[in-house]
Write a new protein. Sequence first.
Length: 460
Amino acid sequence: TQEDGSITKRYGGTGLGLTISNKLLELMDSKLEVKSEVDKGSNFSFDLKVKSEKDKFNDELLKGIKRVLVVDDNDSNRQILKRMLELKKIKVDEADSGLAALLMLQKNAEYDVIIMDYHMPVMDGIETIKKIKGDIIKTDKLEDQPIVMLYSSSDSEKLQAECDALDIQSRLVKPIKMQEMYDVLAQLKNEHLKKSSLVKSSSIEEKECPLKDQVYTVLIVEDNEVNMYLTKILVQELTPNSTIVEARDGEEAVKLFFDKKPDFVLMDIQMPKMNGYEATKAIRLKEKGSPTPIVALTAGNMSGEREKCLGAGMDDFMAKPIVKKDLAKLFEKWLKTSKLNEATRDYKKNNVEHLNKKWFQQYATEDSEFKERFIEIAIEELENSVKALQKGVLERDLEALNAAGHKLKGTSLAIGLTQLSKHAVAFELLDECDKEYVDSLFESVLFEVRIVKKILLNGG
């Protein structure tokens, strides 16, 4: 009982608390001990013998876990976790920061599980994991590294999306309970073993990716020497037979693009002289034939950045640091589908008609000059419609999207562009600006325009 319950006390204690505590300890065959020093303070302690609950956990479940890395800037938290793990004869290494963890991993240290705290200064848990999974030295081993994220209950909603994006399935709320940690570790390791056994039989086929045998020219546009070096290594690992062309700014990128005619471009956004947006627009204005896939490389995944990249004429978007498996997916997606004959075959399987040739031939007469001018005007109108749609998408202007869709529909029907006219009608009839749907529909228009432009430039 306190006379004053506030943080700043106006009244001293009566000493009853010590007396009551000592009486309670007497009932348990113990007593309070005190060590006191003038001007320094007092230390109260007691010894108590109690029965402990028997550990019901089956240690066999942790048999596969021999070594764990604990990453936490708080010394006390690391010591608690270390003690819990050592009770199960698990060797523990400690890192007091994200940077320290990265340095340990770069020295070829291997761990069955990494336990990562979310809240750390300079580089938090999420940023550290991004760099771990993007580490080119050991990407193959670390991309499936079992990781447990430690967090406070207040972080739950914010952390969920980040963990899902990084494929982190195991999380523990602090303060950590011993039994819960053992259960999570056992489940995580066993799932990892199952996953490894499932992919083992197909790992040879996966490593022998069809792209490894292909010969491409890849243009990397990056002004940062470290990023350029890392990106080159990843590209070489994925397509060892390819030629890599390097550009340090947008102006050089435009020149090399037309000199070297690359099959694929990785384009940094922020660069001196000419940025990635400007360089892409300059390429698209002069480019002839089938458009080359250009993927934006950006340091952040800011809201609206994807739309800005697509609006500049880029085909896809990738946030840095680059992760090998994500780059592999982009290569698979764009290098396999960039050839029109492959894309056309895929579409034919789904009975998709890009150009109604009978309708088109009504206007495309044998007069080569007339036909050439007709195709030129058609492509110009398609590009104008795409720009109008881009503006509407970026501004989330429903009325502008309806109008641009209506115009694109008229152009598409006049030329005989069956599939594109369907996308145009979808924009014309939009009754709300649902971001996910509108962005997806706009990407479909961009892809379809790419295909029909190639068909038209080849004479229909």
